[in-house]
Ligand binder design. Structure first.
Ligand SMILES: NC(=O)c1ccc[n+]([C@@H]2O[C@H](COP(=O)([O-])OP(=O)(O)OC[C@H]3O[C@@H](n4cnc5c(N)ncnc54)[C@H](OP(=O)(O)O)[C@@H]3O)[C@@H](O)[C@H]2O)c1
Length: 397
């Protein structure tokens, strides 16, 4: 009988949270099985988001109930489906509903999910790439789309677009997307020295520190803002955008308060756009994933990602993301650390090779030949002791 692994966070009343890895042989043994969850998914990758940090550390308000398996987003393959929408073997993605909050999330090998929360994996992404994007990347794309649709931001604009909390997950992807779309990105981070090279590699033209408290109206600088932080950072952003431009507010890192005045709204026609990925309607979800196809080059994805295992999650990753000590997108690879799997370093090498092939596949008109390759005979990486069951060889004619 198969043995699966899950990270479970437990908490008694207001006591401290404890994290452990539990083994199970049937997903109904997980804490939050819900009858309306009609698709059984073999999770290949999940991710680390700010909200996951709150659940991992047992913060009130995000998880409805403990014990719970955290992981607000995941990608994997359908094992069984009671929904006509999905069938076994199909790759699916779940971002930003209530997995990992109301019911069990992605920090496990196999979980029941609601079909109404799943989307088919966009065909231009691997499951791993979909999780590098994840809820944070989805939200970053939403911010940019809202700025363009409702905030007057237009391609070809020469003025700077600001991203706050730039070295975090949403911030990093926003920097990468905006830069790729041709905007002049100013990245605001509390870690200028540490993260300047990273943010410039993602395309930022200028890296600045966190925004200080300001007057109600500042110099008009920015033609748009992706605001991952609240508090004074958001108030100062509002005070610093150009006439008629907008701030997309998606995050509360730093503070959920907004200590601002109405001056930017009534004297400059500034717009404050609220961004919510959790309840985004399905039509918008599909449009966001579609926009990501052309807005975020596959080659950038690896620069955004740090790979973790389930074992890492029971360490102090939750505390670290809440303190703003992680960078870009943390993804969780279920294969890492499993007894029957390869070592972390070996798996990363295989992933990198697959990413390169995928990026090449996306960028070149090519003939695709599916070839089974086994490490025993013709592995392209003989030092990697893993069976690569199926690999795409790409050849240009
Ligand atoms: N609206 C939605 O649907 C939605 C979806 C996803 C996320 N979010 C929210 O968006 C925010 C970012 O999420 P994430 O997953 O990207 O988290 P993350 O990776 O932890 O990034 C947050 C970033 O905010 C900055 N930060 C942290 N503490 C700060 C402080 N005290 N003062 C100022 N800046 C601080 C840090 O960036 P620097 O080191 O660069 O300063 C940190 O990396 C969170 O508040 C999250 O809840 C909302």
């Amino acid at each position: 009988m198969a043995t699966y692994r899950a990270v479970v966070v437990s908490k008694e009343g207001k006591g401290p949270a404890s994290r452990s890895i539990v083994k199970y042989s049937d997903p109904s043994e997980l804490p939050f099985h819900d009858d309306s969850a009609d698709v059984l998914v073999q999770v290949s990758h999940s991710a680390l988001n700010y909200k996951d940090g709150l659940v991992l550390t047992g913060a009130p308000g995000v998880a409805k109930k403990f014990p719970i398996v955290p992981g607000i987003d995941f990608a994997g393959k359908v094992l069984q489906s009671r929904s006509a929408q999905f069938s076994a073997g199909q790759s699916v993605v779940l971002t930003g509903h209530y997995a990992g909050q109301w019911m069990d999330g992605g920090y496990c090998d196999v979980v029941w999910a609601k079909s109404s929360w799943l989307v088919a994996l966009p065909e231009f992404l691997t499951e791993r790439e979909a999780m590098i994007i994840g809820t944070a990347g989805f939200t970053a794309m939403q911010c940019v789309m809202h700025l363009e649709k409702y905030g007057g931001l237009a391609r070809g604009e020469k003025g700077p677009v600001l991203v706050t909390g730039a070295a975090g997950g949403v911030g990093s992807v926003a920097v990468a997307i905006l830069s790729h779309l041709g905007y002049q990105v100013h990245a605001s981070t509390g870690r200028v020295e540490e993260q300047e090279a990273y943010l410039k590699k993602l395309g930022a033209k200028k890296v600045i520190g966190r925004l200080a408290k300001s007057k109600p109206l500042n110099k008009e600088v920015y033609v748009g803002v992706v605001a991952c932080v609240g508090g004074h950072g958001l108030a100062t952003a509002l005070a610093s955008v150009q006439y008629g431009c907008a701030v997309a507010s998606c995050g509360l890192a730093a503070d959920s308060k907004l200590p601002a005045t109405v001056m930017p709204f009534i004297l400059r026609g500034v717009k404050l756009l609220g961004i919510d990925s959790v309840q985004a309607p399905m039509e918008e979800r599909k449009a966001v994933w579609e926009a990501l196809r052309t807005s975020l080059p596959a080659a950038v994805l690896n620069d955004l990602a740090t790979v973790y295992s389930l074992d890492d999650l029971v360490g102090n990753l939750g505390e670290r993301i809440i303190k703003g000590q992680t960078r870009g997108r943390g993804i969780v690879d279920m294969a890492l650390g499993r007894a029957d799997q390869v070592s972390v370093e070996e798996k990363k090498k295989v992933d990198q090779l697959e990413d390169k092939l995928n990026a090449y596949k996306m960028s070149a008109p090519a003939v695709l030949t599916s070839v089974g390759v086994s490490a025993k005979d013709s592995s392209p990486m003989p030092h990697v002791k893993v069976n690569i069951s199926s690999m795409l060889l790409v050849s240009n004619l």
